[in-house]
Write a protein of this length. Structure first.
Length: 345
């Protein structure tokens, strides 16, 4: 059966370019240039059936979330957006959404109140106080898109993104029964026909080994909530090395582009477990920028053990040449765990 068009994915890059050109509107602004996008886990394909980020003070009017197409970009990674023009819009205070989990063969429905004051404060700060500074010295708003993430079990997250990425909401949608023909806008003859379509979509979205893993291990319900657990930690390097320009991407989808390693407040704040860390360091007299991508379950287990009860922990990098030989460990004042399953490059 012919799949609905995914034309909106093809304009994602163009939309990103336009979204970075928002105009600062003053410290008391309540309208901004922003677009909506969506996200879903890499190994558990999802689909937005329909959804709306409802404008503050409105009953139903808002900006629609791109729908249609099987989503699998990775948790916290934007997939698509539709250009809505340069006219500033109110920010949302509610979210209504219907979506489908292919791995479960289950529809979900959610209606949530969003933290409007927090969203407004972040947009204002990212426009007037702490805009993003590009390498050429030009500035642009820190946030220009609002991303809605959907995951198995009904997990729903909302982030402000581009170029910063900050989670502002996490909630739980409820299971709902929808007629597949109406939901997918396809003329299924019967349940057997719709089940075959769903199975085909899942097979097309996953590699054979990913599909086999899903069948063998099932769905890790609760994983996306676990990503949000925070710890008091900071990156550091082994003796004889320096670290600068640290960039962190967290498991919960958030990111920080340039961690201020001398900011006491930042160093002592609670943060999620990292998914990827890159930083500058001098090796044999030359500047290198190692990038380390972690295996999520190994890293979460280490943080859960050593960072429990608010204990301060350090993620120490021992950069080496070639960079693939870099070593990493997590330690507190009593214990140390050497990580083994990461990829360094």
């Amino acid at each position: 059966m012919k799949r609905k068009s995914n034309w909106h994915i093809g304009i994602a890059t163009l939309s990103i370019l336009f979204s970075g050109q928002s105009i600062a509107m003053g410290k008391n602004a309540t309208k901004f240039e922003w677009e909506a996008t969506e996200s879903a886990p890499r190994h558990y394909p999802m689909e937005v059936i329909r959804g709306t980020l409802i404008f503050h003070g409105e009953k139903e009017q808002g900006l629609y979330i791109p729908s249609g197409g099987t989503l699998k970009s990775g948790w916290g990674h934007p997939i698509s957006s539709h250009s809505t023009g340069s006219e500033p819009k109110p920010l949302p205070d509610r979210l209504k959404i219907y979506f489908f989990s292919y791995a479960e063969k289950q529809f979900y429905k959610g209606e949530f109140d969003l933290p409007y004051e927090k969203i407004l404060a972040l947009f204002r700060d990212g426009t007037e106080v702490h805009p993003h500074v590009d390498p050429d010295g030009s500035t642009r708003p820190a946030y220009s898109r609002i991303m809605v993430g959907i995951a198995p079990g009904g997990a729903v997250a909302v982030w402000l993104i581009a170029p910063r990425k900050t989670e502002v909401f996490f909630g739980q949608a409820q299971k709902v029964e929808l007629e597949p023909s109406a939901a997918f806008n396809l003329p299924f003859k019967d349940k057997q026909d719709s089940d075959a379509y769903i199975a085909d979509e899942l097979s097309n979205a996953l590699k054979p080994e990913e599909l086999e893993s899903l069948k063998r291990n099932g769905i890790p319900f609760g994983l996306w909530a676990r990503y949000r657990n925070c710890y008091n930690w900071q990156p550091t390097v082994s003796k004889g090395h320096g670290i600068e320009h640290a960039r962190i991407i967290y498991l919960n989808g958030e990111s920080i582009l340039n961690w201020d390693l001398v900011d006491k407040k930042e160093l002592d704040s609670q943060k999620p477990v990292p998914m990827k860390v890159s930083f500058g360091s001098v090796l044999d007299g030359d500047k290198y920028f190692p990038e380390v991508e972690f295996e999520e379950f190994e890293t979460m287990a280490a943080f859960e053990k050593l960072g429990a009860n608010g204990k301060k922990v350090y993620l120490e990098f021992d950069p080496r040449l070639p960079l693939t030989q870099t070593k990493v460990r997590l330690y507190n004042d009593k214990e140390s765990i050497e990580l083994k399953k990461f990829i360094a490059k």
